[in-house]
Write a protein that binds this ligand. Structure first.
Ligand code: ZN
Length: 93
């Protein structure tokens, strides 16, 4: 039992370094913004946030922060980085 448990821990450590193994299908995250708490969701390749900025522009700092944290593990149809580049012609700083 102990040796197989050690093997599982070692495999988990390796998986942790291989992020491309993971692909979120959907999730909900509560984000404590500077002024209010917001709920960000990801489902079917699309981000949503309940903040006013997202409602108007379809992107926001809450979602962009999560995209940066989770990276390639979130297979969005269009990333916030791509949206910003498409709208401004420049990459995110
Ligand atoms: Zn937001």
């Amino acid at each position: 039992m102990y040796s197989s448990l050690i093997g599982k821990v070692e495999k988990a450590n390796r998986y942790t370094e291989e992020r491309d193994r993971f692909s979120f299908t959907e999730f909900t995250v509560r984000v404590r913004g500077d002024n209010n708490e917001h709920v960000v969701t990801f489902k079917d390749g699309e981000w949503r946030c309940d903040c006013d900025f997202f409602t108007i522009y379809g992107l926001c700092s809450h979602g962009m922060a999560l995209e940066r944290i989770l990276g390639e593990m979130v297979p969005a149809k269009m990333t916030f980085a791509d949206m910003v580049k498409a709208r401004t012609g420049t990459a995110l700083p």
